[in-house]
Write a protein that binds this ligand. Structure first.
Ligand code: FES
Length: 213
């Protein structure tokens, strides 16, 4: 019986740009391929094309499409958020707090002695490397404090964004689950939470539009 491998590893024919090899023993004496050889050739060509057809969707799936990229970032227009107000938006399945701080709130956050902080790390995704948790290292525009709204203790969502909610002893955010108090820069000041609220990656694309992610 004709060996298919022998067919595949010798000089051959071209089908849709792919070279399908043949041996001289696959041919009639007049040089024409036999019917059986044609079945082998066709089978090999189909297998190559089939593998390509299966592989391409798999490879293509690995490239993030526009909708996935759009989900990884979020643009928020802050023009309607007055000083003293805050909003909560969802980004990558997580709440993000955005507070438009008043001049007095900014001053209070900036004047907080670093020695009084429980966590001295900026925990700011916009800063590479180590940085202290001063207010300057926790934001880009001092007017807006932007934080991932997930308590660093056990993951509850702290209060303090919606009007009238308990903002804790430091006028920032309060996690009622076990009593963690965060200040106006989202820094942990009291309670069991070990770390400051995370500052997500973001940039301002205009004076009042921020792109998170
Ligand atoms: S989860 Fe926030 S204090 Fe425990």
């Amino acid at each position: 019986m004709q060996n298919t491998a022998a067919i595949l590893f010798s000089a051959g024919a071209e089908i849709s740009g792919a070279t399908i090899p043949m041996t001289t023993t696959d041919m009639k004496e007049d040089g024409e391929p036999t019917r059986r050889d044609f079945i082998h050739i066709f089978g090999a060509a189909t297998a190559v094309a089939g593998a390509g057809a299966v592989l391409w969707p798999l490879v293509d799936q690995m490239n993030p499409d526009a909708s996935v990229l759009a989900l990884s970032t979020k643009e928020v227009d802050l023009s309607a958020v007055a000083a003293g107000q805050a909003i909560k938006v969802m980004w990558q399945g997580k709440p993000v707090f955005i507070r438009h701080r008043t001049e007095e709130e900014i001053r209070e956050a900036e004047e907080t002695p670093l020695a009084s902080l429980k966590d001295d790390d900026a925990r700011n995704d916009n800063i590479s490397g180590k940085a202290d948790a001063s207010d300057e290292n926790r934001r880009i525009n001092p007017n807006y404090m932007i934080l991932v709204g997930v308590c660093t203790h056990l993951g509850c969502i702290p209060l303090g964004t919606t009007q009238g909610e308990n903002r804790g002893e430091y006028n920032g955010w309060f996690c009622p689950c076990h009593g963690s108090h965060y200040d106006l820069a989202g820094r942990i000041r009291k309670g069991p939470a070990p770390e400051n609220l995370e500052v997500p990656p973001y940039e301002f694309v205009s004076d009042t539009v921020v792109k998170i992610g």
